[in-house]
Write a protein that binds this ligand. Structure first.
Ligand SMILES: Nc1ncnc2c1ncn2[C@@H]1O[C@H](COP(=O)(O)OP(=O)(O)OP(=O)(O)O)[C@@H](O)[C@H]1O
Length: 374
């Protein structure tokens, strides 16, 4: 660790949400009671569709929204009734929220000035943070003289200069173009490694979630669908909702019926062995389908999308859409009927009604760690 790192390293705090609820009125509960603990130094990405309550959750931690019920404990202190400035959190917003009339250095130093930090120490900390973020040459510029990425870096600098135990990010990269988003992701990951603050990052971009998170918290209408590592979320989704939300293209979900020995599609084709009886939803990722390897499931290609590194074949089985990802270089005759099989170890089984994962459905270890959060 360098001197710069230790200069800006604060004690990372645990964040515990205990029965935290948000409702605007009796009929409008945005977040039903949730219980979750974010470990000190952990990078949590909160992911979910628009309107699921991601920002509300973040703002309750920051103190910008009041909780309707429940407790928020940060670093062992109950904070739900404290003003934002007393919670030990710093926040980075999507729209940067920089002061336009102040220089980069003044923007970064402002919160220190307000809290009475001496001029000499302010200058030292600004210098350290600017160096860390590659902003040393821009300290006298105004925000209007910076690029989007530089502005976002100033916003991050302004947050970390206070050495917060908790860093909160509300879609900080969504105003940037694709290349810059990628570059900033790399920078943020690196910064997190150096600073070590407990970080909560809200986004609806699954790539950001997969690449930045220690653990991803997936919200659906305010409920926690799953809270786990990116790998576990991808390989062991706890519900159809999660399975369909992560992956591009997402996991295929097929409606099937079990007769006690096999699972069948509506047209009678057998897709897997399984001892359960009744309606189920069967999941398989596009890249896990075996094509023309002697499988018994027959289909035609309806459309093919060449993405360079791989190809997506759009097909249907028993009137249900099925996407197959083929690696680059595999020759497929589009006019021929495809024969497919679903390797049992790659299958996911979900309840026909609730959509919750059925752990160990196929006796494999990979679904054993699916956790229930409801
Ligand atoms: N002041 C308010 N009064 C009533 N409902 C509100 C209020 N503020 C937010 N909501 C509702 O709360 C829900 C959650 O909003 P929130 O901004 O947390 O969602 P989000 O997941 O961050 O969405 P997005 O990804 O679109 O930013 C939404 O349905 C929104 O309409």
């Amino acid at each position: 660790m360098t001197a710069i790192d230790t200069a800006i390293r604060a004690a990372a705090a645990e964040i515990a949400l205990i029965g935290v609820t948000k409702s605007y009125d009796a009929k409008n509960t945005i977040i039903p009671p949730i219980d979750v603990t974010l470990r000190p130094g952990e990078f949590t990405v909160v992911l979910g569709p628009s309107g699921c309550g991601k920002s509300t959750l973040l703002q309750m931690i920051a103190g910008l929204e009041r909780v309707s019920a429940g407790r928020i404990v940060i670093g062992g202190r109950e904070v739900q009734d404290l003003e934002p400035k007393h919670r030990g959190c710093a926040m980075v917003f999507q729209n940067y929220a920089l002061y336009p009339h102040m220089t980069v250095a003044e923007n970064m130093a402002y919160s220190l000035k307000v809290s009475g930090v001496s001029k000499a120490e302010r200058a030292e900390r600004v210098g350290t943070v600017a160096k860390m973020l590659g902003l040393a040459d821009y300290l006298t510029r105004k925000p209007s003289q910076l690029s989007g990425g530089q502005r976002q870096r100033v916003a991050i600098g302004r947050a970390i200069i206070r050495e917060p135990g908790v860093l909160l990010f509300d879609e900080p990269l969504s105003n940037l173009d694709a290349q810059l988003r990628h570059d900033m992701r790399v920078e943020l990951a690196e910064l997190h490694r150096r600073i070590g603050a407990t970080s909560v990052f809200v986004t609806h971009d699954q790539v950001e979630a997969m690449t930045l998170a220690d653990r991803i918290l997936i919200l659906n209408k305010g409920h926690i669908e799953q809270f786990d590592t990116p790998k576990a979320i991808y390989h062991n989704p706890a519900s159809v909702f999660v399975a369909k939300f992560i992956g591009s293209p997402p996991m295929n979900i097929l409606q099937v019926e079990g007769d006690g020995s096999v699972l069948r599609l509506a047209d009678g084709q057998v897709v897997a062995n399984y001892s359960g009886i009744g309606k189920f939803q069967l999941g398989i990722r596009p890249e896990d389908i075996a094509v023309n390897e002697g499988g018994s499931i027959k289909t035609e290609i309806r459309y093919r999308e060449d993405l360079g590194s791989h190809e997506i074949l759009e097909t249907k089985i028993a009137e249900q859409n099925l996407r197959i990802a083929m690696p680059f270089g595999v020759e497929i005759d589009t006019t021929q009927t495809l024969s497919l099989s679903f390797p049992q170890a790659r299958l996911h089984l979900f309840d026909g009604e609730t959509g919750r994962a059925i752990a160990n459905a196929f006796g494999d270890a990979h679904s054993a760690s699916v956790k229930e959060y409801q």
